[in-house]
Design a protein around this ligand. Structure first.
Ligand SMILES: Cc1ncc(COP(=O)(O)O)c(C=O)c1O
Length: 386
């Protein structure tokens, strides 16, 4: 009885606060046209039939499932090849495959840190990083968003005691803005700290070859721990941590979310390998995405849509109030557009927003129509935007 009461009143509070989360059952057909401005499929690869073919070939050759964890006997040839390829993409000696980005972040912090260590995180870091620091039981601080002076001050205060680790998203998932990786690396060098960058939204999209925000521009001295995810621009699933032998061996020995879980299906690794081929051979996808982005921002400015100042395919429109976020996203859905309706606790109170993401798979006319719908909603809304 106590449990029923406890859960029911928690759910009631969630509903009353306008924070009820709902799943939509989507049935997108392979190769279908994208009017989806909510997903992270930035290069339009998630429904590419070539990836599906590689995945089914992988399943036929190696099995639908890996059958065991990497450390038992689930580490199959496609996993090994994929790790080598990801190390090469990012210019790191090695890479280690995880089943999800959440597990990669969570597991890395758990394996590296303990009560003796200090972790410094950007205030807007992804939940998996914040949760990982908690799991590790580390002494954890959050610096103001992209504020190097604040970081410097906190690092200076923690000179005594155990090792220091600075952690930041490269592209902030709900704001679309980017960390100053150069500045972070310099602060770390000054205070003898390590730097961990989560490049979930940069890999495949940013950098000259889609190698992300870190890639080969920052070496493993400057950014010793690099995390990338495969379920966004690469269109598949999973994640990796890239770095030197010392880091990767530590993760293999101690990262519980790596050790105690079944390896990802080998067909998935084959599909990611295929996505990496496409990344190399079809650079026009990145160019097209950039052209969409430039067009979207120019047109939004003409329509006086108050977008956050983001240079990446994540283009948030700040609406403030959660009820308005739901109203606008529902109206867009009725017009045939999917956008992310983001409310607290994913973002701070009063900072609800539409999270609009662009993809090279979009058509220009769909982008224009979405912008027009947004402008109509803006005109029809009686309350001023924050
Ligand atoms: C910045 C960031 N890191 C990590 C993750 C987690 O990755 P995954 O979806 O593979 O668990 C996400 C998104 O989901 C993210 O936005």
């Amino acid at each position: 009885m106590a449990w029923r009461q406890r859960l029911s009143s928690r759910l009631a509070r969630q509903r009353e606060a306008g924070l009820w989360r709902e799943r939509l059952t989507m049935t997108p057909a392979p190769g279908s046209r994208v009017r989806d401005f909510a997903s992270n499929d930035y290069l339009g690869l998630a429904r590419d039939p070539r990836l599906a073919e590689a995945q089914s070939q992988g399943a036929r050759r190696f099995g639908s499932g890996a059958g065991a964890s990497h450390l038992v006997n689930g580490h199959l040839l496609p996993h090994q090849l994929l790790e080598e390829r990801l190390a090469d993409l990012t210019g790191r000696p090695r890479a280690l495959l995880f089943s999800t980005g959440y597990m990669a972040n969570f597991g890395t912090l758990q394996a590296l840190c303990d009560r003796q260590t200090h972790i410094f995180q950007d205030r807007l870091n992804h939940a998996s990083l914040l949760d990982g620091a908690q799991l590790a039981g580390a002494r954890s601080r959050r610096f103001h968003h992209r504020d190097l002076a604040d970081l410097d001050r906190l690092l200076g205060r923690a000179e005594e005691g155990g090792p220091r680790l600075v952690v930041s998203d490269a592209v902030f998932s709900m704001d679309g803005d980017m960390a100053d990786i150069d500045g972070l690396a310099t602060a770390c060098a000054r205070h003898d700290a390590w730097l961990m960058i989560d490049d979930a939204h940069g890999i495949g999209v940013l950098g000259e070859n889609g190698d992300g925000c870190v890639g080969r521009r920052f070496d493993a001295e400057q950014v010793p721990i690099l995390v990338g995810t495969l379920g966004k621009a690469l269109g598949t699933a999973g994640a990796f941590v890239a770095g030197d032998d010392l880091l990767i061996d530590t993760l293999i020995q101690f990262a519980r979310p790596y050790i105690y879980t079944t390896a990802q299906p080998p067909g998935m690794a084959m599909a990611t390998l295929r996505a990496l081929d496409i990344l190399e051979t079809e650079p026009e996808r990145r160019r097209r995405l950039q052209a969409h982005l430039d067009h979207f921002r120019t047109r939004a400015a003409e329509l006086k849509l108050p977008l956050l100042p983001s240079p990446t395919p994540i283009q948030p429109l700040l609406l403030g109030d959660s009820a308005r976020v739901m109203r606008w996203s529902l109206a867009l859905r009725e017009a045939g557009f999917m956008v992310g309706a983001i409310r607290p606790p994913t973002v701070p109170q009063g900072q609800g927003r539409l999270r609009i993401t662009l993809s090279s798979g979009h058509r220009r006319e769909d982008i224009d129509e979405l912008l027009e719908r947004l402008a109509e909603l803006l005109t029809a809304d009686p309350e001023p935007l924050p």
